[in-house]
Design a protein around this ligand. Structure first.
Ligand code: SF4
Ligand code: SF4
Length: 388
């Protein structure tokens, strides 16, 4: 199987934040030190070599960038300051844009102007929607469900969920095709076995294998537990912080998309009510996690915070502002300030909607799906190989 060489690949990757890869002289120190690298999926040296050689197709087929949790160990010990951890991060951005069939992800990652413009455009559309269609603004009490009925918002939420799921799942399917279809990753197979293997992968591994390994996907999706294997106390804190952010926004996503009729009520729940407690947990988890990450990136306090792509800032800042404006709404409701609550509600959605519409299918959030998906697919592949 021949591989096409793309001499412009390394130049193209610079737009995604891969700036130091040409310094690598392939000593392999990073692969030796990486606690997540394995014999079957060694990294990061191998994929750095692919990009140096312009092997775009090989990169597309590589699961390794998604198996890296960016602990930074390899970057700290690279004798050439090639920053392999950051190279893997940039590769994840690049691959996300390659899986995305709409081309929006590429624009988002390679143009700060497009990124800012798209966020402002979605925010303006949300604002315009409220300006045109909002309900009566009662001032004798806070009546959020008269101003913006939860039944209407719920329908819009479900439409948004459908569109985002479609985009995300079709992109995930392209990832599946890319990483599952290439038997060339297994040099020990004969050409005939490779052909057979490829046919079986492309026509579909037996469904029971996908089903029996599905628990791996769920476990890794919920815990990102490979991160813990990175080792030091500081790295475990990084995992914990990541987990707080992930569980926080997953909770709030469920509350506002699936459970809005219980979450957006005009009466204020008692302190012990499960919906209120879940709201408080999500608020605390996101605010704490994003504040730690924002401060870390400003101070560049760790190797993993040394470089910040504009998409990193967009994700963190939008998430922080969404949470903070949510706290303000809660406060003005408690203080019975109707008009302020309505205006804050619109501002809150003008921040939250762009974050969901852009981040979930096209940007940073995709890691949340792609990482556990790759862990799961690698397990399925290993089982398939064992049967071959
Ligand atoms: S990135 Fe650094 S440690 Fe890794 S192979 Fe290249 S030079 Fe060696
Ligand atoms: S950043 Fe950590 S997990 Fe990623 S390749 Fe380097 S050592 Fe491995």
């Amino acid at each position: 199987m021949s591989a096409e060489v793309n001499p412009d690949l390394i130049v193209d990757l610079k737009k995604f934040g891969v700036k130091s890869a040409s310094a690598c002289f392939n000593c392999g120190n990073c692969t030796a030190i990486c606690s997540l690298s394995s014999e079957s999926t060694p990294f990061p040296r191998k994929v750095i070599r692919y990009l140096q050689l312009g092997l775009k197709d090989k990169l597309m087929e590589s699961p390794e960038p998604w198996l890296c949790y960016y602990c930074g160990d390899c970057s700290e010990t690279c004798p050439r300051q090639a920053d392999p951890g950051e190279v893997m991060m940039g590769l994840r951005r690049y691959l996300t844009s390659m899986y995305d069939w709409t081309g929006i992800s590429r624009l988002f990652y390679t143009s700060t102007v497009f990124e800012v413009f798209s966020i402002l455009l979605v925010a303006a559309l949300v604002g315009l929607g409220f300006y045109t269609f909002h309900g009566p603004m009662l001032t004798d009490r806070v009546a959020l469900n008269v101003f913006a009925p939860n039944t209407t918002i719920e329908i819009l939420d479900l439409i948004m969920l459908g569109v985002l799921s479609f985009l995300l799942l079709t992109n995930a399917y392209r990832m599946f095709r890319a990483v599952m279809g290439d038997p060339a990753q297994y040099p020990e197979l004969t050409p005939f076995e490779k052909q057979q293997f490829q046919n079986r992968i492309i026509r579909g591994i037996p469904a029971p294998l996908f089903i029996s390994e599905a628990k791996e996907f769920v476990v890794h999706f919920l815990t990102q537990k490979k991160f813990i294997a990175c080792g030091t106390a500081s790295q475990r804190m990084q995992w914990f912080n990541h987990l707080l952010i992930m569980t926080g926004y997953s909770t709030v996503f469920l509350l506002v998309v699936v459970g809005l009729r219980w979450f957006q009520r005009d009466e204020i729940y008692a302190l012990w009510h499960p919906v209120r407690l879940l709201g408080y947990y999500a608020t605390f988890a996101i605010l704490y996690g994003t504040t730690i990450a924002i401060v870390g990136r400003i101070k560049r306090s760790k190797t993993v915070y040394a470089h910040s792509h504009s998409s990193d800032w967009a994700f963190l800042v939008l998430l922080w502002l969404t949470t903070f404006s949510g706290i303000l709404i809660h406060g003005t409701r408690m203080l019975e300030m109707p008009l302020t609550t309505y205006y804050l509600y619109v501002i809150h959605l003008m921040i939250a909607v762009p974050m969901l519409v852009i981040e979930v299918p096209f940007a940073k959030w995709t890691h949340q799906l792609y990482r556990p998906l790759i862990v799961y697919l690698m397990n399925v592949k290993k089982r398939a190989m064992a049967r071959a």
